[in-house]
Design a protein around this ligand. Sequence first.
Ligand code: BGC
Length: 765
Amino acid sequence: MLRNPVRALLLASALSLTAAPVWAFEAADANAWLTRHDSRVDALLKQMTLEEKVGQLVQFSTGQATGPENIKVDQKDLLKNGGLGSILNLTGAKEVNEIQRVAVEQSRLKVPLLMGLDVIHGYRTTFPVPLGLAATWDAALIEQTARIAAIEATAEGVRWTFAPMVDIARDPRWGRVMEGSGEDPYLGRVIAAAYVRGFQGSDLSDPTSLLACAKHYVAYGAAEAGRDYNSVDMSERMLRDVYLPPFKATIDAGVGTFMSAFNSLSGVPTSANHFTLTTVLRDEWAFKGFVVSDWTSIAELIPHGIALDGKTAAFKGFTAGVDMDMQANLYAMHLPELVRSGKVPERMVDEAVRRVLRTKFALGLFENPYTDETLSAKVQLKPEHVALARRAAEESFVLLRNERAKPIEGSPLLPLADGKTVALIGPLADSADDMLGEWACKGDKKDVVTLRSALAEKLKDKLLYAKGTEILGTVETGFAEAVSAAEKADVVVMALGEHRRMSGEAASRTRLDLPGNQQALLKAIVATGKPMVLVVFAGRPLTLAWEAEHVASIIHAWHPGVQAGPALARVLFGESSPSGRLTITFPRSLGQVPLYYNRFKTGRPIGGEDDDQKDSGARYQSRYLDEKNSPLFPFGWGLTYTTFEYSPVSIGGMKSISLADLENGAKIKVEATVTNRGSRAGVEVAQLYIRQRGTSVVRPIRELKGFEKFSLQPGESRTVRFEIGKEQLAFWNVDMKHTIESAELAVWIAPNAEGGKPAIMTIAN
Ligand code: BGC
């Protein structure tokens, strides 16, 4: 029997790191809340004029703009006339109550407003950016961060977040890789569901429940050349195998809303894509919540070229399946007339309004439209919220490399020993604002403890500090001071990387090296010969090939949030051990991208990472003349302060299993024993991968199908066990059926996507 994912999760958090949940993606009854109030919805709908109905499908921003500012309307006037259903970007209980009062007390039907905001990785208590949170491989932890974000946001009148962003992203040039969980659809599903449960909680009508929104539907993360908003052209198989599953997982977790995207998909913009918005979302998945457009994406159907005017854009967006128009004002302007002229049936409008109203009823907004104005001061940045921010940051750090400072002497440089003089150098060492990361919501740099302040508190006068340069620096006048600080110290900690606005929306890059002259500064300090730890802050993978050759220890710290400094200080000095693992591949050089672990094998593989043999060096094979094919750091990679040994993976002596048995629910039981061979306790993430060959279509060279995160004492062992059944083996075959096929099956239990040796068996007809 499949375990209930919520129960499994509770169990996992109760046991802390001792047991991993079994992630089952059964389509439970998580969506039942959506239709619970339908008799009230229908009664209200009957009283509404066409204009009032369309008003429920209109959304405008107040205050800050999160897209091009295109329109100004008198929102209070609109509200009085029932012409506005939702507002985004307004916060503060008092401010929200004031506008809500207009809707609830001055409009004819008193339909409350739904207030939305991008609550992405925390509200005031800022957690690591989502790509960093994903690196924790800890769904229970991620769920808790989302719950805290919901508690803080709802105290300020916000009841709807435009999160989680569940776009699979495989191109680090795209700035929005930072907002998601990386390149893998399995992990993407686990994490997507965790966010939904955390934001929404168990009961939508609880005042701390924050309605979630799965975005950006769909394939936005595959933007060509990594340029934001760019078009996407992909096979339906790739869409269904890789890009759709995290969205489906949010529905199974009970998500209330979806957001359509900016990109076109195989020629049809995703905000007017009937196939994805209606055939898949409504007909196949039976989603009962509503779909909001992205910011002006209905109007953008005109520059996309599938509409020449606003009326056609409104018609195409609405009839494809977008229920609510964010910020374009085209539904308000054209839907009533489109209905009156018979082009859009009124029952389509009714259905869209029904979806919006059922959500407002479920949230309890009709009964409790107002927010307690004394609440916010009590819940923001509570000590337990800040404590979780520190823990999340600690678990998000990925130790990419940890060598001896001098090639033949001593042990790996990290953790640092007490009593040493440390030179802290670099433009990110004391940059509070950048620690918050992009989409930091109400994050405030005043709340941030930087690495400099945390180390100053710990080391007192044994800390030397020099900024060295700016993040995008061009002048080298600060280098001399930095070199002199390094020379006086026993060890150097460099804090380099991207500023927060270099990732996120509209933040694509064509270079992924350290920005500005930071690498020149690094080279100057490396030349001093001092032992060095490099801490990289960035919202994406950077190309760190030179750094990986010349620096003993490298920690990728993402943008870690309000507790950046204390979390890093603890990890640097070994009070806690790094346990993050990459969820996105780090390329050696930009020319390799997109580079992701679950790629297909070519007909001319070079060996090595492609087929477990050595690169023969022969010509006419799939390779570059000037670079290896393999990544610098693969998916799943991350070191800690001990080492783990894996036994060979066992499939219990099984040579073969039949398709019929798998169809009937039989499982392949696989296991491996992991032993801590070092002298310190440490956390490992054991990863289950499979590969199928002999199938009707090409399958990836590896696919993640499970993982378990656990802690081991020195010398301690743990046997990790997984089951592989139909759910793990099914894929979209040559006839576009989601099915299992006869195949040769390889199974790994390994520390990352390149490690380990597989066990092989067959799936027989
Ligand atoms: C972004 C969305 C966001 C929306 C509202 C858009 O520009 O693409 O992710 O939710 O703005 O702020």
